[in-house]
Ligand binder design. Structure first.
Ligand code: ARG
Length: 468
């Protein structure tokens, strides 16, 4: 037992306490069962801190080296599962520190010089989150690749494009898939942007006011590869907005996944049958032998509830908190970890799912008949014949009503019948009314014409480094 320990209360902060902490209080305040996941980051932070203390003469070089060795041993013990976590030591920080003291003696008691758990936990979470943020960006890149590979595979396939879930205009399957490529690209950008504010070194804020001891924060930042240090000690230990930004960006990722999931759920129905998922990516029913269910997209869609809920938890956690550190902030970790796990796993499995699905081109083509999806093309045709768009819209509306009453497609009307609605209509109208004609006419920047989509596809492949 070291000299600093108190016989009344053995906690590391127990000096001023006459009584032992109640067991129920220990259980209620402990966070070790979830913050143990930060052990690598806690140890990395402590190593850098110890080196700084030695460099500044706050501890001897020998003590610094001893601390670093002790920390290395602890890291190994945790990795191999040998380390015993003790809930009465509350959290990962004190579990590691206590073990260090037990291993190396008094030098271990110097590690916490010029440091508080308040800036320590801030550092641990930033180290953890910058790693996870980068990993998620990589996973999103893989997901983008899956979208683009699929788009290339079905480059020329046409499908109904929808608004209000009503057939609207024909589009290329590739165009639809590249829409998700864009969404996930913005998700990556948002995460990269959040990363700038996550990647700032907080250690040295100490409890809240900084320290009078001669520390070197910039040295610690260099050791841990942070490009900057935080500017205000109170802000450093009191805010969690960088975590909320991450969770906001991660929520959007999950919402984008959820939209794609919803489409996959719809597309795999008997009614749509646009898509078939590989058997290995579906599950069956325990009672209905014929069932093949799209559980993966359903679960991804379902998990968006908790990811957005986690974001709300963090926002509410901060609301009304006075400066600076409050124990409430310990509640930031479980939602954060859950969001990291949920979103990362969802992104990864969606990429696999996309690699294991096929579009049923015959069903897509069947979905293009009916619904008068080239009606807008007819209106545009009239515009090019100098008829104001509003009049053209009305003419085509009447033409569609006529088709409906006759049970006919627009393409099934004779030129004479069409001329009954507008004298401007000539024989060249039939090219305009075809599905291929409609798709390929949409050459506006960002449109669905084959030529435009081919360029978009090449751009995406180049951006992702996909060889063709
Ligand atoms: N487990 C705490 C947390 O996650 C670490 C900081 C505790 N600081 C304190 N003064 N009790 O926030």
């Amino acid at each position: 037992m070291s000299s600093a320990e108190n016989t009344h209360n053995p906690a590391m902060w127990g000096g001023r306490f006459a009584e032992k902490t109640a067991a129920s209080v220990e259980a209620f305040t402990a966070s070790i069962h979830y913050d143990a996941r930060l052990f690598r980051h806690d140890i990395a932070g402590s190593r850098a801190h110890a080196r700084m203390l030695a460099r500044q003469g706050l501890i001897s070089e020998a003590e610094g080296a001893l601390i670093v060795q002790g920390l290395d041993r602890i890291e190994q013990e945790i990795e191999t599962g040998e380390f015993v976590f003790r809930p009465e030591l509350e959290d990962i920080h004190m579990n590691i520190e206590k073990s260090l003291v037990e291993k190396i003696g008094p030098a271990g008691e110097k590690l916490h010089t010029a440091r508080s758990r308040n800036d320590q936990v801030a550092l641990d979470v930033r180290l953890y989150l910058r790693e996870e943020c980068r990993r998620l960006i990589e996973l999103l890149t893989e997901l983008q690749k899956a979208c683009v590979v699929l788009a290339r595979k079905y480059q020329h396939a046409v499908m109904p494009g929808y608004t209000h879930l009503q057939r609207a205009q024909p589009v290329l399957v590739a165009h639809h898939l590249l829409a998700y490529y864009e969404m996930f690209g913005r998700d990556r950008e948002r995460l990269s942007d959040a990363l700038k504010r996550i990647n700032v070194m907080p250690l040295g804020a100490a409890a809240l006011a900084g320290t009078g001891l001669p520390i070197d924060r910039e040295f610690v930042a260099r050791e841990l590869d942070f490009p900057a240090v935080t500017a205000n000690s109170m802000d450093t230990v009191g805010d969690r907005d960088h975590i909320i930004e991450f969770m906001g960006a991660a929520s959007l990722v999950q919402i984008h996944l959820s939209r794609l999931s919803e489409e996959l759920v719809l597309w795999t129905t008997e009614e749509f049958s646009f898509v078939t998922l590989a058997d290995s990516f579906c599950t069956g029913s325990s009672i209905m032998p014929q069932k093949k269910n799209p559980d993966i997209p359903e679960l991804i869609r379902g998990k968006s509830g908790r990811v957005v809920g986690n974001l709300m938890s963090l926002l509410m956690l901060l609301k009304g908190l006075p400066m600076t550190y409050n124990r409430d902030l310990q509640e930031d970790k479980e939602p954060l970890f859950d969001t990291v796990d949920t979103v990362s796993r969802s992104v990864a499995i969606m990429a696999q799912l996309l690699a294991n699905l096929t579009f049923n081109e015959a069903r897509l083509a069947a979905g293009l008949g009916g619904g008068y999806m080239t009606a807008t093309d007819l209106a545009d045709y009239l515009v090019l014949k100098n008829i104001p768009f509003r009049q053209a819209h009305a003419i085509v509306g009447r033409t569609v009503a006529f088709c409906l009453s006759q049970g006919k497609e627009l393409t099934e009307l004779s030129l004479a019948e069409l001329k009954g609605f507008s004298e401007a209509i000539e024989n060249d109208v039939f090219g305009v009314l075809s599905i291929a004609g409609s798709v390929n006419s949409r050459v506006s920047l960002g449109g669905t014409a084959g030529s435009v989509v081919a360029e978009a596809l090449t751009r995406a492949e180049e951006a992702l480094g996909l060889a063709r």
